[in-house]
Ligand binder design. Structure first.
Ligand code: F6R
Length: 366
């Protein structure tokens, strides 16, 4: 049942090329520049007329929402606000009939996310659900939605749900961007062609597994770990840190790399591993100078770089190479090594990776 893997988590990490393909299958027509998503087509006016898009979710799904914020604003030029569902519902937010709320949930049963839907519906907003579990409560309570089609996710730590959520949200942003005329047909076709190349690039990223396992063996005893990224890869840093905390019980924090100088840099010494995502097109020079700052304070640098990188390679203690892609789609690739790193560290520490202590797959309590 674990497909030859020791744990569901590892199986699900390895399923991502196929899961992402299943997510866009039937939705992409690259040559015609068409994205088929019935839940959006039936409600396109609501999206086009929205003053803004609100996104509410929890945990890993909230991180997918943060990635979506970058892509919706960047490509579709619609203001987006991302909220923890648990805060949103309790803070008397301003919501009107001109708002669209997107809720994201793997299980479709998260109580706080369900409550956010209820609140938004009461205020007259249009609610769109991005869920994995078909027929789940959130899928039913939303006005419309799109499934991620990742297949069952058994490991408590979310992996393929995250990358397929980003896939759906990216398709939504592209559809909207093209309907609004914010991107040309040619640009849309380029994005879609790159989307079709993602499963192969995820596959290629998975081949770093044994190198990542080696890195894990060096840092498995670390009491703390920092994760840094910028732009589209800032949410990936948050997600990398969450994965490490929840399954290995190592304290980890994710930060936008540029925030380091406003506090976290005080933590850096020779004991501190820093995982940093340094993709070529994402403020690369700035990230390189962040790496130099860490190095001069003797922090240990584990860098995720794009193939062919030479600058970071010279500075970092370890590099993990991933195939090059566009900045907007890079979270789908850069996430993979971070999942593997947490997995191997947790296994080496003897942790129960599929069922970490104190956690449940669906959080149905408020
Ligand atoms: C992280 C994790 C949790 C969930 C969160 C939301 O690996 O599993 O943080 O992402 O509880 O769950 P869903 O997406 O089911 O609403």
């Amino acid at each position: 049942e674990k497909g030859g893997c020791d744990h569901f988590m590892l199986k699900e990490i390895y399923e991502q090329p196929e899961a992402i393909r299943d997510t866009y299958r039937g939705r992409l027509r690259v040559d015609d520049g068409i994205i088929k998503m019935a839940g959006m087509e039936d409600n396109l006016e609501k999206f086009l007329q929205a003053d803004r898009i609100l996104i509410a979710a929890c945990g890993t799904s909230w991180h997918a929402g943060l990635v979506a914020e970058y892509i919706f604003e960047d490509l579709a030029r619609i203001p987006v606000e991302v909220e923890y569902a648990s805060e949103f519902r309790y803070r008397n937010p301003v919501i009107t009939e001109r708002d669209v709320l997107i809720v994201i949930s793997q299980s479709g049963e998260t109580a706080d996310t369900l409550a956010a839907i209820k609140l938004a519906r009461e205020k007259g907003a249009f609610v769109f659900g991005v869920c994995n579990v078909v027929g789940s409560s959130i899928a039913r309570e939303a006005h419309a939605g799109a499934y991620t089609h990742a297949g069952p996710e058994i490991g408590v730590a979310s992996t393929k749900a995250f990358t397929t959520q980003i896939t759906v949200l990216t398709l939504m942003a592209l559809k909207l961007a093209s309907a609004k005329g914010a991107i040309s047909r040619t640009e849309l076709q380029q994005h879609l062609a790159e989307m079709e190349a993602i499963p192969g690039k995820v596959e290629a990223s998975l081949t770093s597994d044994s190198h990542i396992k080696y890195i894990a063996s060096l840092y498995k005893e670390a009491p703390n770990c920092l994760y840094l990224g910028r732009g589209y890869n800032f949410p990936v840093a948050l997600e990398g840190a969450l994965k490490l905390k929840e399954i290995s019980y190592i304290h980890a924090e994710g930060y936008p790399a540029a925030e380091m100088k406003h506090g976290p840099i005080a933590l850096i010494d020779e004991q501190m591993p820093v995982v940093i995502i340094a993709t070529k097109n994402g403020h690369y020079d700035k990230v390189v100078s962040n790496i130099q700052e860490i190095k001069s304070r003797k922090g240990k640098i584990i860098a995720v770089v794009m193939e062919g990188d030479t600058t970071v390679k010279e500075l970092a203690d370890h590099v993990i190479e991933v195939p090059e892609t566009t900045e907007a789609l890079s979270p789908l690739i850069t996430t993979i090594p971070l999942q593997l790193l947490s997995y191997h560290i947790a296994v080496m520490r003897g942790c129960n990776v599929d069922q970490p202590r104190n956690l449940a797959k669906s959080v149905t309590v408020e």
